[in-house]
Design a protein around this ligand. Sequence first.
Ligand SMILES: [Zn+2]
Length: 254
Amino acid sequence: MSDTLEHLKHELAVASRILDVSGATSAFGHISVRLPGEDAFLIPAARAAGLVRPEDVLVVGMDGQRRAGEGTMFVETPIHAAAYRLRPDVQSVAHTHSEMCVALSVADVEPYPAHMTAYRYYDGVPIHPEGRMLTNAAMAEAAIAAMGARNAVLLKWHGAIVVAPTLHWACLGAVLLEYNARLLVHARQLGATSFFPREHSLEMFAAYEGDEGTQAYHREWDYWVERVRQANGGDLFHLHGAYEPVSPRVLRPD
Ligand SMILES: [Zn+2]
C-alpha cells in the first residue's frame, strides 16, 4: 500500500470519528476523499462514523462501483460519486444527518453565516426538497445540481452534503455547518436574525479556504483529534468490542 493511500485511509478514519464526536452526525453519515491521480475516491464501508477504522476504507470508482476493499457499501455512496463527477474542484465530500441542519430544512430556513467561522457558506445553503435516501446516480446528481457552485446543500427531512477542497476542510466544514445551524436556531427563538456580512465572509474565504497552514486550522483540527482520542480511551480507533445480540439478528443486505 502506498504511503499516500495509507495516510488518506488514516485521515479519513479520523475525520469520520470527528463527525461523530462533534455531534455533526451519529449512526448515519459518511465522509470521502478523492484519490489523487485516480478516477476513484476513498469511503469507509457501511458502519457508523464513530466506529470507522483505517482498514474499513474502500476504494470506489466514479461510477459508484467498488474497486477495492471489503465490507458492505453505504447505499448513499452515489452522493459522493456524483459530487466528484459534477464538481471537479471538490476533493472531499461529507454527508451527515446533522440535527440542527435538519431542523432548519424542516422549517424551510436556508442557513447563511450566523457565526463568522461559517464564512464558507457565504451564498447560503440551499434546501433540496428530497428527504429519501439518495441511492442512485439520478437522485444524487439532482442534489449536487441544487448545490450548484456552493459548498453545501441541505436535504429536507434528511441531512446535509458538504464539499471542500481538502478532506480536513470537508470534515470541519460539516462540523461548522451544524454549529452555525445551532446558533441560527437559538437566534430565531430570540426574534429577528442577522447574518455575518457577505463581503466579510468572502474576505475570510479567500484567506482561509483549504489552507491547512494557519494557526486557527491547527487549533481546530488538533482539538477535535484530541476529543476523539479522549472519547476512545486514548486510542484513536479503539473499539470496545462487537455487540452480541441476545437472539440472532436478521439483516437485509442494504
Ligand atoms: Zn443520508
